[in-house]
Design a protein around this ligand. Structure first.
Ligand SMILES: O=C(O)CCC(=O)C(=O)O
Length: 261
């Protein structure tokens, strides 16, 4: 039973601005559980360099690396909210855990969609779940309101280069942006075209977040180099289907207790 319902005001705000904050999408117990799963994984990788990246440590398709993360990626609240905000049925594109180490540099302004190896999707959406308190000084996200309507997409993404998006989309540089500090368990949703960034981590603790990227059921493969699709043998225009890109409603029906920790 999934009775997580967003208010019409929140849905309207998402559609107007291209992002919205949803408080307490998961519980404090779930935050503690999933953070400990992540820390266990990072500890197991000590000496490999994972965790030392200057901007972000990324664990892409984490639900496949550590099956315990499935309960977060396919959390009933996350699925319900994403489908209410977009108004359509969605499938997973990929998840990723994002850790910004103490002293981690800013994630510079960019859009998600140009970086995704996909086409034929009208409602690509990211859910960024805070797995610790994330004030601005710990690396919270910022968004340019309304930029999801921007049609001149950037073609190159370098989240370490502060000018990368703005050299390609100069108008965006003169728009105001909004920073959204989050308490642990809160999340933001943003449309994958919305220009967004994250502050540097100026604290002495890591910033933990888990991101779920979902797309329309009609989504097809757009040939480009990408961690998720490299080596899959997909043809241009081929629909994303199969166990790597599950339909969210189907996985929820198969895992009714997905949120239990
Ligand atoms: O967490 C961050 O620093 C950036 C996250 C981001 O760009 C995203 O989830 O689209």
């Amino acid at each position: 039973m999934n009775d997580f319902t967003l208010s019409p005001e929140l849905i309207k705000s998402f559609r107007e601005n291209g992002f919205v904050r949803v408080p307490q999408i998961i519980s404090a117990e779930e935050v503690a559980h999933y953070r400990s799963v992540i820390v266990r994984y990072l500890d197991s990788q000590a000496g490999t360099g994972l965790g030392q990246e200057p901007v972000l440590t990324q664990i892409v398709n984490h639900w496949r690396v550590q099956p315990e993360m499935r309960g977060l990626t396919f959390h009933p609240h996350v699925i319900a909210a994403a489908q209410q905000l977009t108004g359509v049925k969605l499938r997973l594109w990929h998840d990723q855990t994002l850790v910004k180490k103490p002293g981690g540099q800013p994630t510079e302004f960019h859009q998600g969609l140009p970086h995704w190896a996909i086409a034929d999707t009208a409602h690509p959406i990211s859910c960024w779940i805070a797995l610790c308190d994330v004030p601005a000084r710990k690396g919270c996200m910022s968004f340019v309101p309304g930029s999801h309507r921007y049609t001149k997409l950037a073609s190159k993404i370098d989240v370490g280069d502060p000018g990368c998006l703005f050299r390609q989309c100069p108008d965006l540089e003169y728009e105001s942006f909004v920073s959204v500090p989050l308490k642990a368990g809160d999340c933001t949703f943003h449309h994958a075209v919305t220009a967004h960034a994250a502050h540097p981590n100026r604290t002495d603790e890591p910033r933990y977040a888990h991101v779920v990227n979902s797309v329309d059921l009609t989504t097809t493969f757009r040939p480009m180099k990408h961690k998720v699709t490299d080596g899959l043998g997909l043809q241009p225009g081929q629909r994303l289907e199969g166990e790597l890109f599950p339909v969210l409603d189907e996985i929820l029906a198969a895992l009714p207790a997905a949120a239990a920790v």
